[in-house]
Design a binder for this molecule. Structure first.
Ligand code: TXA
Ligand code: MG
Length: 340
């Protein structure tokens, strides 16, 4: 059985990691699947248990800015500025990798993605391991990322040594970190997250360009290999309800078939329940407009395990609060208009 580690068990978890075992850890975004970043075999196991394609590199977690020097060959002024402003926090920075770093970690790329998570238990874990830890999201490849420790156990069972249990039931941000690649004067966003383009620009004065998955795919060398792969999906088909849909349109879509699951804000759920009391629909909440990204994966996973055979998810106008949510949702599903 894989073990649950609490605060007082951190030394044991650190010991297991040093011995080459896999231990999942919480972060403020999603749970990561931890392994020692210089252990070839442990890293191999991470790819294996996740079912992750070998050409999709892992990111590395550190407990201090100084520790970046163990992995990166160069730290530019703009990288330094970003680390000082946003770490610990949901920002992964792509650095040129030091020679001699195990090559399966970076999938043979000349770069490595590094971040310092804002989670005291995990920072303490890395401090005790005394070396950076790899930390891809702790889910089976293609599934929604885990935002509760139980999600990690659902995906990996006893294939890993254990998972560190945080004090809060749900991770606070709920979608993965913003990933950035740096040029001398430009910041490229390869994956949007809680650190927004505006925040990156404000802190550095640099121009910030978000590269969509489509743009990354059409380039000669794909900037972030992860964009190639299907992501974030439960097993049932997911249909996205447009932001301007009326209650009549909602009703039309969700009454078109049986065994329907709906993931929407509490406000929308209440309105639908009033209208459609007779239909048995499985509802999962996104809370309020401010919590949609925190609740997205939890909702998709809950519906995945329910009797629902088709899932409808609410979408919103694209703004700072909803941008990362919409990015993940659009890769998990397709527009409800395409439902025939
Ligand atoms: O919030 C997060 O970032 C979580 C938590 C656990 O820290 N981790 C996470 O890791 O989402 P992962 O492996 O699921 O996603 C990392 C993304 C992938 O899309 C990968 O392709 C990209 O970062 N990536 C990794 N190394 C890269 C590199 N050297 N250059 C460009 N993209 C890279
Ligand atoms: Mg992932």
């Amino acid at each position: 059985m894989s073990k649950l580690f609490y605060r007082s068990d951190i030394p044991e978890a650190a010991q297991l990691l040093r011995a080459g075992e896999l231990v999942a850890f919480p972060t403020e975004t999603v749970f990561g699947l931890g392994a020692l970043a210089n252990d070839d075999q442990a890293i191999q196991r991470v790819f294996q248990v996740k079912g992750r394609p070998g050409d999709n590199p892992l990111i590395v977690h550190v407990d201090s800015i100084q520790r970046v020097e163990q992995l990166a060959s160069e730290i530019s002024p703009i990288a330094k500025q970003l680390m000082q402003t946003f770490w610990p926090g949901p920002l992964t920075i792509i650095f040129p990798v030091k020679p001699g770093i195990v090559s399966n970690l970076v999938s043979g790329l000349p770069t490595v993605g590094i971040r310092m998570p804002d989670q005291p238990l995990t920072l303490e874990l890395i401090r005790q391991v005394d070396f950076p830890l790899v930390g891809p999201s702790a889910n089976l490849s293609g599934k929604p990322s885990p935002t509760q420790y139980t999600h990690v156990l659902d995906d990996f069972g006893d294939q890993i040594a254990g998972v560190i249990v945080p004090r809060t039931p749900l991770t606070s941000i709920g979608v993965e970190s913003t990933v950035v690649a740096l040029d001398t004067e430009i910041i490229y966003i390869l994956r949007p997250g809680a650190i927004t383009a505006e925040m990156l620009h404000q802190s550095t004065g640099a121009k910030v360009i978000e590269k969509t998955a489509k743009e990354q795919l059409s380039e000669e060398r794909i900037a972030s290999p992860g964009v190639k792969y299907k992501h974030y999906s439960p097993k049932q088909p997911v249909y996205i309800i447009p932001p301007d849909a009326t209650l009549e349109q909602w009703e039309e879509w969700i009454s078109s078939t049986s065994h329907v699951g709906v993931l929407a804000t509490q406000k929308t759920i209440e309105a639908l329940k009033l209208r459609m009391a007779k239909l048995s629909i499985i509802y999962e909440t996104l809370g309020t407009m401010d919590t949609v990204s925190q609740y997205l994966y939890r909702g998709l996973r809950a519906l995945d395990q329910s009797d629902a055979k088709i899932i409808f998810v609410e979408s919103f106008e694209d703004d700072e609060r909803t941008h990362a949510y919409l990015n993940r949702l659009n890769r998990a599903g397709q527009p409800a208009e395409t439902l025939k």
